[in-house]
Design a protein around this ligand. Structure first.
Ligand code: BGC
Length: 420
């Protein structure tokens, strides 16, 4: 009897494991997101696996396109057609916009049961709390001000990761002299915007950055430090390329991986991608911060929102929120995704060196933690896109002066109060 029970347990365990990987089990949940690169895919699969074990089936509705440009549009059309997904990767301001029209299900009960107010970083809890309700399950914190560098190339040329722009220039020149592209680059507007905000944070400092991006004071955009950041952006692009190059972020990452580029400025999802391709942060590449942003954390936080629909799904939606915020899923998902857990109660020793630095910088209240505009943490879709388009125009039209770009940026920025 004992032997039979053991066999039954074993069978049950293996069946569960097998079915989690191969066959759909549990309540099907349609999840709309934009994680389609190798690491993003693996990270989503990891969540699916954890959820399957809890009786919830992740039915994938992935829409390709870095930064979620296409996914946000598809979501809008599905909602208009009366066919919203059960769950969506809604982040930052897109989250509150949808909550305003009553599409997002509050998760107060799960948040209370799982003590989110104690286990989550306050910044994270604040981000998912709107008008007194918790409206999304946070997944991971990405660090935007990340400078990735190729350890093999740096080792060969005896280079160290640059800590100032002067060092950056010297490093870039040495790489160029060896025929290596100093900086992997793409002119996709959202990628330009991603690089710009990190440069801006370094040049402006956190106080002015907040005035520009959080309070969105139009007049602040005429500050000389913004002009300097714009000039630096143009200089960086000139170091990287002399021809227009619009390509997915994964292609630039590939260039770094193939030793054809020395450095790359991108959110740390690029670290996740390098690792998904088999590269190691100890042997093959390193993470530093963009010059001028030491001890600062420019963040984008991924969140899943549970959407209201005619189909009753509340129990499974709550289960999903509970599982993805749980310790196990947090560590497993973020390790692959390149992000860090949204929880304060994890052991940082469990993280790789890049992630540990990100998590510890974020956890230290003395450090500046500022939201990303390019990744929807600070302004709505329209402002975010207008800023990205303006930066794209400035970079691709050499006749446009930085002062003209400043004027245009000042005119597309609207203060939060002016939106309502
Ligand atoms: C998301 C990341 C994603 C990246 C590239 C960002 O907006 O927060 O999760 O990996 O876009 O698609």
């Amino acid at each position: 009897m004992k032997g039979f029970a053991r066999l039954a347990t074993l069978l049950l365990c293996c069946l569960t494991l097998h079915s989690a990987q191969a066959q759909p089990v549990g309540v099907p949940m349609d999840v709309l997101h934009w994680w389609t690169s190798a690491s993003e895919r693996k990270a989503a699969d990891q969540l699916a696996l954890q959820l399957a074990q809890a009786g919830v089936q992740w039915k994938d509705a992935a829409i390709p396109g870095g930064g979620g440009m296409a996914a946000v549009k598809v979501l809008k059309s599905r909602v208009l057609m009366g066919d919203p997904p059960d769950v969506a990767q809604l982040i930052g301001t897109t989250l509150t916009d949808w909550a305003d029209i009553g599409l997002v299900m509050p998760l107060n009960a799960v948040a209370q049961r799982q003590r989110w107010s104690q286990v989550l970083f306050p910044t994270v809890l604040e981000l998912v709390t709107y008008k007194g309700d918790v409206i999304a399950a946070p997944l991971g914190i990405q660090r935007i001000n990340t400078l990735l560098y190729n350890r093999k190339v740096f080792g060969r040329l005896n280079l160290s990761p640059p800590r100032s722009w002067a060092e950056f220039e010297m490093t870039a020149r040495k790489l160029q002299a060896k025929g290596i592209r100093p900086l992997a680059w793409s002119d996709e507007p959202w990628q330009i915007s991603t690089v710009f905000e990190t440069v801006l944070l370094g040049d402006a400092g956190p106080a002015l950055y907040r005035e520009l991006i959080v309070q969105r004071k139009s007049s602040a955009w005429m500050d000389a430090r913004v002009e300097r950041a714009l000039q630096r952006l143009r200089w960086l692009r000139a170091l990287a390329t002399d021809a227009p190059v619009e390509r997915p972020w994964t292609e630039s990452t590939r260039e770094l991986m193939a030793d054809n580029a020395g450095m790359m400025i991108m959110g740390d999802w690029a670290k996740g991608e390098l690792m998904a391709w088999g590269a190691s942060p100890v042997r093959d590449f390193g993470c530093a911060v963009v010059p001028g942003t030491e001890n600062m954390h420019l963040y984008s936080i991924d969140t899943l929102a549970m959407l209201v629909s005619a189909r009753p799904r509340e129990a499974a939606q709550e289960k999903m929120a509970e599982v993805v915020v749980g310790q196990t899923a947090q560590l497993a998902y973020n390790r692959i995704k390149g992000a860090v857990p949204v929880r304060r109660d994890i052991d940082p020793a469990a993280l790789d060196s890049c992630a540990r630095d990100s998590w510890e910088t974020f956890a230290n209240v003395r450090n500046a933690r500022v939201p990303s505009l390019a990744h929807r943490m600070a302004a709505d879709e329209a402002i975010k896109d207008a800023v990205a388009q303006t930066l794209w125009r400035y970079l691709t039209d050499p006749r446009m002066e930085a002062a003209e770009a400043q004027r245009r940026l000042a005119s597309v920025i609207r203060a939060p109060s002016a939106e309502r």
